[in-house]
Design a protein around this ligand. Structure first.
Ligand code: NI
Length: 165
């Protein structure tokens, strides 16, 4: 178990496209996920992507249960999601506040698809398939963006909302 340093916007590795995980249920993968879990918990985050701790693999974790940073958010079950694929189930987007551990101290309104399907695998290689809405859909879109080298400020359409908490 280890709490890792979260890379901050400006670090070039946050802009890389992450590679697919080819082997599941390995000690290396379990160790990575443990580190991500410990780091997310220590930072009180809603989610974390492997590139944020300098690992260029398609691994994200997320989960929200009475998170102090998102007091109004509904619960999102703790999930390990590997090699994710997202499909928007509507053209409709909704704006809400987002922050990111790689952009500390700031927030902005970010548009996201309000309803998505996502699929991928857990750390054992078991498939995950879910239709989700609202904050759960937002968290997944935010975390999976990290795997494409996209940080939420790149998604802001109304920069008047961008600022320090
Ligand atoms: Ni983030």
């Amino acid at each position: 178990m280890a709490i890792k340093t979260v890379l901050k916007m400006g670090d070039a590795s946050l802009l890389q496209v992450a590679e697919r995980v080819e082997e599941f249920d390995t000690p290396e993968l379990h160790s990575l996920i443990q580190d991500m879990h410990d780091t997310m918990a220590a930072e009180n985050g809603a989610g974390l992507a492997a590139p944020q701790i300098g690992i260029g693999l398609q691994v994200v974790i997320f989960g929200v249960e009475m998170n102090a940073r998102y007091p109004d958010a509904e619960d999102v079950p703790y999930t390990v999601l590997i090699n994710p694929v997202i499909k928007a189930l509507t053209e409709e987007t909704e704006e809400d506040w987002e922050g990111c551990l790689s952009v500390p101290g700031m927030r902005a309104m970010v548009p996201r698809f309000s309803k998505i399907h996502y699929q991928g695998y857990d750390q054992y290689g078991d498939p995950i398939n879910r239709n989700v809405v609202g904050f759960h859909a937002r968290v997944v879109q935010h975390e999976c963006d990290h795997l494409q080298g996209i940080l939420y400020p790149m998604r802001i359409t109304n920069f008047r909302t961008f600022g320090f908490i």
